[in-house]
Ligand binder design. Structure first.
Ligand code: DOR
Ligand code: ZN
Length: 365
């Protein structure tokens, strides 16, 4: 198959950042995806519906005035060839509110009736980028979870423990036993998205859980195992959280994504950081993939002989889980290799996108 046409996809887990960074990355997403669940881990975090409304407006404003970003030309570093001025996008940001120890039931009710806050995001305190205000103890949120369960408001979980005694590569598995299972026992009807799953254990847990539990899967966890962080030297651009795992886990994730189960859907977790922040003595976690946000998944599905399953994974199951209508328009991809630029202009710096300087097998037309 050299061309596929699918319903326009949505990205159910995305970091859009703010200010100039937002303007730099938003067109990549808006060109491919109709909607995206926008993560609230700004500094300061988006902890209320009022803050989410302001952030949403900044995203909508950025859509109207897309950044004049130099076009990327194959093989070149950054080309100043042609400008992309004047592009207009129809894209809907789906907002989230950042859960803290102090989030109130009233705030959840406000979010639920807002019409634009679609989920609440749980970060364990200290787990990742801008998570210092995250939850220190899930028990502090019991009333909030009860309200969310009653309102049908999804809880998006960064599923890792942060305890110092737990090995970095075991953080997700320990989270399942220590936190997720007890939480679902207490709130069996709570809608939970186990975000960016990285292990066989998580895939199996979600597959066997009831229909109110689902998971997003990133392109990088489907494409790479932990060797990618160390091939020929340390590779900071392959460092993300949760960290890449062993090959057996990657294989299990591919199996889950291409299984046709509605419990697994697309969430890129595209998380841009400036090159200088990644290539540092203490580098930031996150990979940028929005520039090829659907194309990379096409590679995965093709390699697994599952291209016929891509549309539902990318365009149906997420919308169904969130109770939103499926998109009506379509996009097409052709099997035509293109070279990802070495870097992309990013808020006074550059960022290094996933596959920088290498090819992606599918191209959006
Ligand atoms: O790698 C990651 N980067 N994981 C996260 O959970 C956060 C994200 C970010 O915001 O940079
Ligand atoms: Zn994320």
């Amino acid at each position: 198959m050299d061309k596929i046409t699918i319903t326009r996809p949505d990205d159910w887990h995305l970091h859009l950042r703010d200010g100039d960074a937002l303007k730099a990355v938003l067109p990549d997403t808006a060109r491919r995806f109709a909607r995206a669940i926008v993560m609230p881990n700004l500094r300061p975090p988006v902890t209320t519906t009022a803050l989410a409304a302001e952030y949403r407006q900044r995203i909508l404003d950025a859509l109207q005035k897309p950044t004049v970003r130099p076009e990327r030309v194959e093989g070149q570093h950054i080309s100043t060839a042609r400008q992309m001025q004047g592009e207009r996008f129809s894209f809907e940001p789906l907002m989230t509110v950042y859960l803290t120890d102090n989030t109130t039931v009233a705030e959840i009710e406000k979010a639920s009736t807002s019409g634009f806050v679609r989920a609440v995001k749980y970060y364990p305190a200290g787990a990742t980028t801008n998570s210092d205000s995250g939850v220190t103890d899930l028990n502090k949120c019991n009333q909030v979870f009860e309200a969310m369960q009653a309102l049908g408001m999804p809880l998006l979980m960064h599923g890792e423990v942060t305890d110092g005694d737990v090995d970095m590569f075991d953080r997700e598995c320990v989270f399942i036993d220590r936190h997720l299972k007890p939480l679902l026992e207490k709130y069996p009807a709570l809608k939970v998205v186990f975000e960016h799953i990285t292990t066989k254990d998580a895939a199996e847990f979600v597959a066997s859980a009831p229909s109110n539990v689902a998971a997003t899967i990133t392109p990088h966890h489907l494409l790479m195992n932990r060797n990618a962080m160390f091939s020929g030297g340390i590779r900071p651009h392959h460092y993300c959280l949760p960290i890449l795992k062993r090959e057996e886990h990657r294989i299990a994730l591919v199996k889950a994504a291409t299984s046709g189960s509605p419990k697994f859907f697309l969430g890129t977790d595209s998380a841009p950081h400036a090159k200088s922040a990644k290539e540092a003595s203490c580098g930031c976690a996150g990979m940028y993939s929005s520039h090829a946000g659907i194309e990379l998944y096409a590679e995965v599905f093709e390699a697994a002989n599952g291209l016929d399953k891509l549309e539902a994974f990318a365009s149906f199951y997420g919308a169904d889980f969130y109770g939103l209508p499926r998109n009506k328009d379509q996009i097409s991809l052709v099997k035509e290799a293109w070279t990802v630029p070495e870097s992309i202009i990013f808020a006074g710096d550059v960022l290094v996108p996933l596959r920088a300087g290498q090819t992606v097998a599918w191209k959006m037309v």
